[in-house]
Design a protein. Sequence first.
Length: 289
Amino acid sequence: MSEHLRYHRGKRVLLFLIILFVSGLIGVAISAIFMAAGDTGMKIAQGLSSIFMFVVPPIVYYYVTRMKHQMYDLGFRKPANPWWLLLIGVVLMFISLPVTNQLTRWNEAMSFGGVFEKLEEYLKMLEETAAATTEKMLNVDTIGGLLLNLLVIALIPAVGEELSFRGVLQQGLMRRVKSPHVAILLSAAIFSFIHFQFYGFLPRMFLGILLGYMFYITGSLWTSIAMHFVNNGTAVVVYYLNHKGVVNVDVEHFGEAQSPWLVGISTVVTIALIAWSWWRVNNTKKGDD
């Protein structure tokens, strides 16, 4: 066993699940208190739920299982040189939008039919309920409401989900499977699945892959947190500006490309930027050696 770990791998997995379960229950209990307090209460409840589900468990887990460098092990490290690769990650969020929207269209067009018709109806009902809740939260008229949405919908999930899925899960899979590509794909799939929205599975997994690669390349959770925040925050801001009549852009179609050529270009540029970032970091490390 590594000298900085307190428990065997199997016990660590069980411990993390226990912490996740207990913290989740606490979050549900606390957030339930605010649910009846109108729209603001609903947002506070959502924020508290996200904190107890995704922020608290990984931090508690690492402090319990590690003897030193707890926050460093979670991924809170200075990004690898060159530092501006973090900005490349943020730019990727916009460059990849045509790909994301195309994956969304494909995902929404999927149909089970036959014996799975009832399952399809149930999944669509869940999707509509989630969409209605999200729209209700986004529907604000004041700067204060916008800032609260950026906190609850963009910042807290960005920090919490990156801690859990990249800081704990992806790094844990890396130690297990030894292949960064497999670890990134598996953690992205689990990241998407845990949201329980089938008709958003493909675009969310694609987002997880982008976040996973840039986290691995830069070695810093700050990169994927910034990317995640920009992804969620852009939707919040665009919805607000559209609602206020400042812009005439529907959030669901923001960055959408009708031309397959634009989708193809977006795909190529996205892959090229990730590959170039990977090469740039490796080349810098060789130069330092």
